[in-house]
Design a protein around this ligand. Structure first.
Ligand code: GDP
Ligand code: IMO
Ligand code: MG
Length: 425
């Protein structure tokens, strides 16, 4: 049975958590393939809200197997906290939750370096979550990272941690004037984590590939979004992993031949958290209105999200990058009160139409969005249960989005609850 990938087609927070939770009902295994606890995926049902950072959103469905793939960077403290919160809400993970032994581990020096680098670069800061994601992936690429397999082997762990702390302390002192970390403190803290997480450590490559061989349905959960991808995003205002569909194979150890479907999740408007270009960003009035109606505050850091019109030029590029055959449009209800709604249909640069999507963030900051205006529907759609019952102007808006991005819309979401979703006929 082939695998399905779910990715964000904008700058994250598109509602992936909600959609992965929905699709998990008909899946056997759900695998996170990149990112770390910078992600915040919200799922709402029966009046309860769950925010997952590391564990796949499928965990809320009894009996589903959930896996953290090798492409994820894991902060054990955050992970154990998440397991504790789930247990307190009667969601058990034992026997159905596994972490790849190839995952790289986040240490306090990663978060500190992330924080200090941001503080030092007053101009040009990224606006990271300060979770140590970038420095941990940097160590992975520099071949000095520490993986879960190392943490499980005490001698290897001691040696690698010592080497890392010596090096990081020197950088922290010389570049940032920070006093540094004690080997004993971190070693002792992580030995406690090791005892708690070793039962979840697994050869997830065999686990996932065997499941596919046995005709199990595997859902691959992306974090962040296409324009936060380290290669294809609005570099350098991106995260440090591959958040596009291509990252799914690398991040869980399966061949591209295993994947037959990529589902993109898009918000009916656009948001981004942190710094970086945002062509369709609202001015103050609309910003406050939509942020408040859409409750646009970061699920991980609580930061207010920047909001703007739907950018079809952006999502069209995401559709190409991820070969999207279908998208799910979320948060359509947030636009309920607007008289007129704009869609950005393309960009102009230096007075001329810009073909394709610019490689440079400098150009993206300088382009002028070209808008088309559509009438709003001016009524509450959050209780609508089927596509046919949507107001004409809402259907028209969806049709325009679909036409402009060149992709079919499979599902529409009109509220945060599991039930507030319907198929598009
Ligand atoms: P993710 O990171 O892509 O999983 O998205 P987040 O969970 O960070 O942010 C999406 C937010 O929108 C969450 O608070 C969801 O509960 C909420 N949400 C999802 N779908 C809808 C929707 O259709 N309408 C409304 N009003 N809220 C939604
Ligand atoms: P989910 O999975 C939105 C953003 C940060 C910052 C940039 C780099 O919930 O969609 P990092 O800490 O990763 O080095 O920060 O990426 N960012 C997100 N924005 N949703 C996320 O995850 C994000 N994860 C990281 O705000 O701009
Ligand atoms: Mg989020």
């Amino acid at each position: 049975m082939p695998a399905t990938v779910v990715i964000g087609a904008q700058w994250g927070d598109e509602g992936k958590g909600k959609i992965i939770d929905l699709l998990s009902a008909s899946s056997d295994m759900i695998v996170r393939f990149q990112g770390g606890d910078n992600a915040g995926h919200t799922v709402v049902f029966d009046g309860k809200e769950f925010i997952l950072h590391l564990i796949p959103s499928g965990i809320l469905h009894k009996g589903k197997i959930c896996v953290i793939g090798n492409g994820v960077v894991v902060n054990p403290k955050a992970l154990l906290e998440e397991i504790k919160v789930l247990k307190s809400k009667n969601i058990g993970v034992e026997g159905r939750f596994f972490i790849s032994t190839l995952c790289h581990i986040i240490f306090p020096y990663h978060s500190k370096l992330d924080e200090l680098k941001e503080e030092k670069s007053a101009k040009g800061k990224i606006g990271t979550t300060k979770k140590g994601i970038g420095p941990c992936y940097a160590d992975k690429a520099a071949r000095s990272g520490i993986r879960l397999a190392d943490l499980l082997d005490d001698a290897a762990f001691r040696e690698k941690l010592k080497k890392n702390i010596d090096e990081k302390n020197e950088i922290l002192a010389k570049v940032y004037g920070f006093s540094g970390f004690s080997f004993d403190d971190i070693y002792n803290e992580y030995c406690v984590y090791r005892e708690e997480i070793k039962k979840y450590a697994a050869d997830t490559i065999s686990l996932i590939n065997n499941s596919l061989n046995n005709s199990k349905k595997v859902l691959l959960e992306g974090a962040q979004g296409t324009f936060l991808d380290v290669d294809f995003g609005t570099y350098p205002y991106v995260t440090s992993s591959s958040a596009t569909a291509g990252g799914a194979c690398i991040g869980c150890g399966i061949s591209p031949s295993r994947i037959n479907k990529v589902v993109g999740v898009v918000k009916a408007y656009t948001t981004r958290v942190g710094e970086g270009p945002f062509p369709t960003e609202f001015s103050d009035d609309l910003m406050t209105k939509i942020r408040s109606k859409g409750k646009e505050f970061g699920a991980t850091t609580g930061r207010p999200r920047r909001c703007g019109w739907f950018d079809a030029a952006l999502v069209r590029h995401a559709a190409i990058l991820n070969d999207l055959k279908e998208v799910v449009v979320t948060k359509l209800d947030v636009l309920d009160d607007l008289d007129k709604i704009n869609i950005c249909v393309g960009y102009e640069y230096k007075g001329k139409k810009l073909e394709g999507f610019p490689a440079s963030s400098e150009i993206l900051s300088a382009i002028k969005p070209v808008y088309k205006e559509y009438p709003g529907w001016k009524c509450d759609i959050s209780n609508i249960k089927k596509y046919a019952d949507l107001p004409k102007n809402a259907k028209n808006y969806l049709n325009k989005i679909s036409e402009l991005i060149g992709t079919k819309i499979a599902l529409v979401s009109v509220g945060s609850d599991r039930n507030q979703t319907f198929k598009v006929k």
